[in-house]
Design a protein around this ligand. Structure first.
Ligand SMILES: NC(=O)c1ccc[n+]([C@@H]2O[C@H](COP(=O)([O-])OP(=O)(O)OC[C@H]3O[C@@H](n4cnc5c(N)ncnc54)[C@H](OP(=O)(O)O)[C@@H]3O)[C@@H](O)[C@H]2O)c1
Length: 199
């Protein structure tokens, strides 16, 4: 398969790239890193990416920013930044990507644990993650030509624990290599409309 991985040089993206690249042709995309550049916060940039790379069999998104901060201090603009980037960035990768993904291809998006195991300062993340789950549920029954869609919802990664662990007191972490298997399952398997939880 020819697979576009957006966020391929990130903590999750590197593990997904390692898991898929032996068997498939992987095109790595990032804001600054990778083979090709894209800003998922900019629809024109997403359109330009698809035009540049041509048809693919699968799109994996492992990128997206949310705003972490206390709810009582959160501004409208801070809240919207997460909706615009992690939610709409991945939604736009799908909306623009339908015409560029071959028949029976797939989309695999990334959410996270915070809509089922919340933390302080995580309301924006919880909202975005839950919305991504709703998006794949709805989109799965409408996608044409046998296209499938799932979202992987990992716990905090072992590899991110040093940097972020203090925000997630007592939460179990999960190895990136285990998280990557969920993306392999989505890309190479047959499921659709699922939130694949890991950890
Ligand atoms: N790490 C965790 O423990 C964890 C757990 C659950 C969920 N998640 C979610 O998984 C996603 C990825 O997390 P991560 O920890 O792997 O992130 P990361 O290590 O910071 O890597 C992010 C990757 O995405 C790319 N990227 C960032 N902004 C982009 C944009 N606007 N357009 C295109 N590419 C962009 C980066 O490229 P450049 O380096 O070139 O900018 C980089 O390759 C996030 O949405 C996060 O919320 C992470």
């Amino acid at each position: 398969m020819r697979i576009l991985i957006v966020g391929a040089e990130g903590t999750i993206g590197r593990a997904v790239t390692a898991a898929l690249s032996g068997r498939h042709e992987v095109i790595k995309a990032g804001r600054k890193s990778g083979d090709v550049q894209v800003d998922i916060g900019d629809r024109r940039s997403i359109e330009a990416l698809y035009t540049k790379i041509g048809k693919v069999d699968a799109v994996v998104a492992a990128a997206g920013h949310v705003h972490f901060g206390p709810l009582a201090e959160m501004t409208h603009d801070q809240f919207m930044s997460g909706l615009n980037n992690k939610l709409m960035g991945q939604v736009d990768l799908v909306l623009a990507g339908i015409a560029h993904v071959n028949d029976n291809g797939s989309f695999t998006l990334t959410s996270g644990i915070l809509d089922r195991d919340p933390i302080r300062a995580g309301t924006n993340a919880a909202t975005v993650n839950a919305a991504l789950g709703g998006f794949v549920l709805g989109a799965a029954i409408e996608l044409p030509r046998g296209l499938r869609i799932n979202v992987v919802s990992p716990a905090l990664l072992d590899e991110s624990a040093e940097k972020l662990g203090s925000w997630f007191p007592g939460q179990e972490t999960v190895a990136a290599a285990r998280v990557a298997k969920a993306y392999v399952k989505s890309v190479e398997g047959a499921i659709t409309g699922k939130v694949i939880t890991v950890g």
